[in-house]
Write a protein that binds this ligand. Sequence first.
Ligand code: SF4
Length: 335
Amino acid sequence: MTLTAPQIGIDTYQKLANNVLNGQSITREEALLILDAPDEHVPAILAAGFEIRKHHFGRTVQLNFLMSAKSGLCPEDCHYCSQSKVSEAPVPKYNMLKRDDLMKAAEQAAEQGAKTYCLVISARGPNEREMAAVEAIVPEIKEKYGLDICACLGLLNKEQADRLKACGVNRVNHNLNTSETHYAEVCTTHTYADRVQTLKHVRAAGMEMCSGGIIGMDERSEDVVSMAFDLRELGVQSIPLNFLESIDGTPFEGKAALTPNKCLKALAMFRFVAPDRELRISGGREVHLRSLQPLGLYVANSMFIGDYLTTKGQAPDADRQMIEDLGFEVTISTD
Ligand code: SF4
């Protein structure tokens, strides 16, 4: 039975969770009800979402470590991004880091208990030199530190996706960021369809797809729901959810009317829509969830440890303490 707004009581969320646990998908209307629920429903939403999370992931938390292997100098115009050609934000600008720097960061990732090392470059897509550098470093990192590798290199063609698979990349990150309808408000130098095509190349090459979005870019609730359903239908294995940190000097300077409760409802909605996918609380966690950060882990099962690409993260010790205080445990393998 599809639920409508007047039928919503706080027991509704448990009923929806039971449906999900019985293998039924929630509808777009039900996803919207979660996203637009009154704030006083948040405890009930999280309690119901936690049942789904527990069923698929228990109390485990997966940690991911981000490495900005090339920064700034990007020809694209993603309006949220401080590394884009239209951004005036002061960000470090450097070309692909050398082997020793990338290995040092891998050592740090392993020491901090990360399962996945996310190798990120700022680019429309990788050039030949960058592809060759990734192909050289990935086997070395995997052999020495046993980390899974997620590559975030921009748009990929079929040949590039096949080469990444061949060198041992486990997963590729390429976020849809928002809905198809809203996409042109966020970026004009490439399209939503371009991003979907990259994900399809990744899927066809046999790698896992990591793709999520950013909340707080003036999108409607319908856009967030639409993105969640698109990601589920594409079959992405991992969904990073970011909360816009509007950076001075970018076109989205001054944006982002987010509250901690709004972020929690968004995370929960994704858990209901994609119950068995890794759901990662990503950029903006500290700024927008603030003191409610731990509550996010009742529905999400993954987070970044350390800093983000161009913004600071909470200290790793504080993150580990938060996980321990929740009675959760870090997992280094979900396989
Ligand atoms: S393609 Fe990536 S690095 Fe370039 S502007 Fe967009 S988000 Fe930033």
